[in-house]
Ligand binder design. Structure first.
Ligand code: GLV
Length: 313
């Protein structure tokens, strides 16, 4: 029998614990803080944004399973035991949700809803130029599991899509994939969508330099992580109208402090990290499968969702 701790900042914790108990009846699930279980007895930890002392004493973990697609909350955790294999969620229903969110942002930009809203304030009845979706160019930065769902969704909706990925792709796609050449990717974009994981390489990647490589009047959508963006550079690009709008689901500091300028900016739409809410049953199913695979002898490193700690995702 394996012992498994569980912690999530989200308010679905009790429900998640019940599902894990039901689907892993041969193992024991221990909501954190632990009662009747010593940390050194734990075999697995399942978590999303665990507190600083979550891993204290957990010296015998076979694996840490992220209740999220991103693992920055684990790789930056000061107490994460060294060398324990990490496993993250692979889509688990989030891709479709994030694609819907991004689709809204792209439609809002493409069909000029931002301009019509300001025209409405002026009682101005005036049509904006009509552009076919096929001539509207959306660039998806980050082409992992979620980025691919987003790019395919937009492509199916008729948009001119291209994507940017850190490492070369081997499969073929019906749209162009850029790797290292950021400038060629950013050229001519109407909308830049960030779906990147947060790593040492992507932290502060969206800065004045990158934003200035976008055509004037482009829009920005961030469903990655706030810390990929230099927020003062983003505000500057918006203030001088180089960027027409930003739709942000993530910020450097969450919740965004009440006095932050992003709250007040007329060309910013903010949402509280809800683009891809955890799909509880699908997430539990995936984590249960991973634990069962490890218990039956499979190496955690070979599972879907195994994290490459050096790459950071
Ligand atoms: C949410 O942001 C996630 O990483 O799943």
């Amino acid at each position: 029998m394996a012992k498994i701790s569980f912690y999530s900042v989200d308010d679905h914790s009790n429900q998640a614990v019940e599902l894990f108990k039901k689907q892993l009846p041969e193992h024991s699930i221990h909501p954190w803080p632990l009662i009747n279980c010593k940390p050194e007895e734990l075999d697995y930890a399942i978590c999303w944004q665990p507190p600083e002392n979550f891993f204290d004493g957990a010296t015998n973990l076979k694996s840490v399973l992220s209740m999220a697609a991103g693992v920055d909350h684990l790789l930056q955790h000061p107490g994460l035991p060294a060398k324990v294999p990490l496993i993250r969620l692979c889509d688990a229903g989030m891709g479709q949700k994030i694609a819907e969110y991004v689709h809204f942002g792209v439609l809002r930009a493409h069909r000029n809803f931002d301009l019509y809203r300001t025209q409405q304030d002026r009682r101005e009845w005036r049509a904006q130029p009509d552009i076919d979706a096929g001539n509207y160019h959306v660039g998806v930065m980050g082409f992992g599991v979620i980025g691919q769902v987003v790019a395919n969704h937009l492509y199916s909706a008729g948009y001119h899509v291209s994507a940017w990925k850190r490492s070369p792709v081997t499969e073929s796609y019906p749209f162009e994939i850029f790797t290292r050449d950021r400038k060629a990717f950013l050229d001519n974009l109407d909308v830049l969508v960030c779906v990147l994981p947060l790593t040492d390489e992507t932290r502060n990647m969206i800065d004045a330099d990158l934003l200035s490589a976008l055509p004037a009047g482009a829009h920005f959508i961030n469903v990655g992580r706030g810390s990929q963006v230099v927020e003062s550079d983003l505000l500057h690009a918006l203030d001088k109208n180089h960027l027409r709008s930003a739709l942000l689901d993530v910020c450097v500091e969450e919740p965004l402090p009440a006095d932050h300028k992003l709250w007040m900016h007329p060309n910013v739409i903010l949402t509280p990290h809800v683009a891809g809410p955890t799909q509880l049953q699908l997430s539990v199913d995936q984590i249960v499968q991973s634990i069962q695979a490890i218990e039956s002898g499979k190496a955690p490193e070979l599972l879907a969702g195994a994290v490459n700690n050096t790459a950071g995702y």
